[in-house]
Design a protein around this ligand. Structure first.
Ligand code: AP5
Length: 215
């Protein structure tokens, strides 16, 4: 069977990270999450992390050249002849063009774009109640997906954290950036018949089923 390249797209808090981890693990996809990679770099205080942090804390996009270099080295690391699931990349039309060029070198193309559709009115509740395990990156929600023990990761037993960019004013900025810069990719991929839209307001199990059947 031909290997495929899939993009997960959607507003902040749509459930991309939640779904990407399950979908990639169960369907043999290598997950490339630019948000997780950048946060790892911030945590390790690498040169990239130090450059990226100020943009991330404000809810702005990290400069494209930094992100594209990161993607190139991930593709080289795994070898491009695999199944890939991109979460959080591309983030605008420029990144999309650069991805397409990069994939020509690897004789690959984007096969499908899965758009997790969630209304802005749902986003604040999702993000202000999100908690994340700093060790395994598992994502929780205080109401919809709470940990078994108060504020401790079910898998690692370490204290959960609140992401630095899950503050009201930063969430507002992230939504503005999403609508201004990322949403045009939805129209683009609809136009080339590669877009599959999923209702992200269903429960996570149903969202998962819809994504798995779209793959
Ligand atoms: P990134 O980490 O990609 O953030 P994002 O796109 O804003 O998305 P989130 O991670 O906030 O949300 P999500 O959709 O993954 O939702 P989740 O599953 O956690 O990027 C962060 C920053 O990095 C950017 O702002 C930018 O600065 C930089 N960056 C990243 N990529 C870049 C790029 N390509 N170029 C430039 N800069 C880049 O779910 C959210 C909550 O909802 C959780 O609590 C979860 O439990 C809950 N939940 C999930 N699904 C459901 C459901 N169906 N029902 C109820 N609750 C649910």
């Amino acid at each position: 069977m031909k290997n495929s390249m899939i993009i997960l797209i959607g507003p902040p808090g749509a459930g991309k990270g939640t779904q990407a981890k399950n979908v990639s693990a169960s369907n043999n996809y290598i997950l490339i999450s630019t948000g997780d990679l950048l946060r790892d770099n911030v945590g390790k205080r690498t040169e990239l992390g130090l450059k990226a942090k100020s943009f991330m804390d404000k809810g702005e996009l990290v400069p494209t050249d930094l992100v594209v270099d990161m993607i190139k080295s991930e593709l080289k690391k795994y070898g491009a002849d695999k199944n890939f699931l991109f979460d959080g990349f591309p983030r605008n039309l420029t990144q999309n063009e650069l991805l397409k060029k990069m994939l020509i070198d690897f004789k690959r193309d984007i096969d499908k774009v899965i758009y997790i559709d969630v209304d802005d009115s749902v986003i604040y509740d999702r993000l202000t109640n999100r908690r994340v395990c700093p060790k395994c990156k598992r994502v929780y929600h205080l109401k919809y997906n709470p940990p078994k023990k108060d504020n401790l990761c079910d898998d690692c037993n370490v204290s959960l954290i609140i992401r630095d960019d899950d503050k009201q004013d930063v969430i507002k900025k992230r939504l503005e950036v999403y609508h201004g810069q990322t949403a045009p990719l939805i129209e683009y991929y609809k136009g080339v018949n590669k877009l599959v839209a999923i209702n992200g307001e269903n429960n996570p199990q149903d969202v998962y089923k819809d994504i798995a059947s779209a793959l």
